[in-house]
Write a protein that binds this ligand. Structure first.
Ligand SMILES: Cc1cc2nc3c(=O)[nH]c(=O)nc-3n(C[C@H](O)[C@H](O)[C@H](O)COP(=O)(O)O)c2cc1C
Length: 355
């Protein structure tokens, strides 16, 4: 691993490995600290947390590691104005699930997400080494605030065009998110439909056209995958799915069970849970709601609207209605603790780089 790597140099990491921010449950202080302590960079996925929770979670993580950590938030989306037809149709499509789970239908009213400026302020006060974000570009004022506070900024791109826009906006690093990736797609370019570019061409495009370091994300599950990303020009790899079964992860029991179900390890992209395209294991909610495209609210309204269903499903230990985010590499998932996984990945990477 070259000492000229700007990401390793900036943070003093042992190897070019970043744990994906895994908002919605799997991200815990214990997981992030274990990865950072083992020489990678742990990222806290805090997009769904209130400013108070952001302070508490970062401070808890700091009690578990003195190493650098990253914090990740979602670039805010405007709350959509919904017609009563849209709302009725959404209620109608999900009525049978709520009846089955024994929960009442929620009111559909904004705000559908937590105030971004307050989340950003909380993050800024805690001064993580890195602030990463997805779903768009942030105004330059936010980037400048980070720079003033010596926080490295990291955007997310799914196309060459998005990468160029992010670099022009002044981010320090960029995650290249291939179509293989688990979880939400960071796509934000309004000009195109999702172009679904695979990680190989995406990393190559971005690494050869941008000056800032590129981080490869999507379907990477082992050291050979990290080595391949580095050979394509990435300076680090960001892995999410690979860590979902680590004991420190907050992955729920039914989610873990689904990840271990060798008979059902194919993933699909869908908008049914949040209104935004994301990749996960197919389950009943995904299959059935895919047939009701006209009843899916735009992001973030759908995310807020289906939260009660996902919560209750987890509580009852059922995976039928959970968002089972996972990348295309999920069949290679391993069960060990996070520190151990990081050292196995580094050993595999070293071996692969010698080949
Ligand atoms: C459960 C889960 C939650 C995720 N949450 C976030 C998030 O909060 N913010 C973000 O930028 N990316 C998020 N991602 C996407 C990751 O940043 C990254 O693109 C992905 O993990 C890479 O693909 P892989 O999961 O196949 O390794 C999430 C991915 C998963 C699997």
């Amino acid at each position: 691993m070259s000492s000229k790597n700007p990401i390793l140099e900036a943070l003093g990491l042992k190897g070019p490995l970043i744990l994906s921010p895994l908002a919605g449950g799997p991200s815990t202080p214990e997981l992030i600290a274990a990865v950072s302590n083992a020489g990678g960079l742990g990222s806290l996925g805090l997009a769904y947390e209130t400013p108070e929770q952001i302070h508490t979670i970062i401070q808890k993580t700091r009690t578990l590691t003195s190493k650098p950590i990253a914090v990740n938030l979602f670039v805010p989306s405007e709350d959509p104005a919904l017609t009563s037809e849209q709302i009725n149709s959404a209620h109608d499509a999900t009525k049978k699930y709520r009846e089955e789970l024994g929960i009442p239908s929620p009111k559909v009213e904004p705000p559908y997400s937590i105030n971004f400026d307050k989340q950003f302020e909380a993050m800024l006060q805690e001064k993580p080494a890195v602030f990463s974000f997805t779903f768009g570009l942030l105004d330059r004022s936010y980037i400048n605030e980070c720079k003033k506070n010596h926080i490295i900024t990291c955007g997310t791109a799914t196309t060459l065009e998005e990468g160029i826009l992010a670099e022009e906006r002044g981010v320090d690093w960029l995650v290249a998110q291939g179509i293989e990736a688990g979880g939400h797609r960071g796509i934000f370019s309004a000009k195109t439909e999702d172009s679904m570019i695979g990680l190989f061409p995406l990393v190559r495009f971005l690494a050869t056209n941008l000056k800032i370091p590129v981080i490869a994300a999507g379907g990477i599950m082992d050291g050979a995958g990290i080595a391949a990303a580095l050979r394509l020009g990435a300076k680090a790899a960001q892995l999410g799915t690979a860590f979902l079964l680590c004991e420190e992860a907050g992955t729920s029991k039914p989610y873990r069970k689904a990840l271990l179900d060798k008979g059902n390890l194919h993933t699909k992209t869908t908008r049914v849970f949040s209104g935004r395209i994301a990749r996960g294991l197919e389950n009943r909610f995904m299959k059935e709601m895919e047939e009701r495209q006209g009843s899916i609210l735009p992001f973030p309204a759908q995310n807020s609207f289906t939260r009660d269903i996902r919560r209750k499903s987890a509580e009852l230990g059922m995976s039928d209605f959970l968002s089972l985010w996972a990348g295309q590499g999920v069949a290679q998932i391993r069960q060990m603790n996070a520190g151990e996984l990081v050292s196995v990945l580094f050993d595999e990477l070293n071996a692969a780089m010698k080949e």
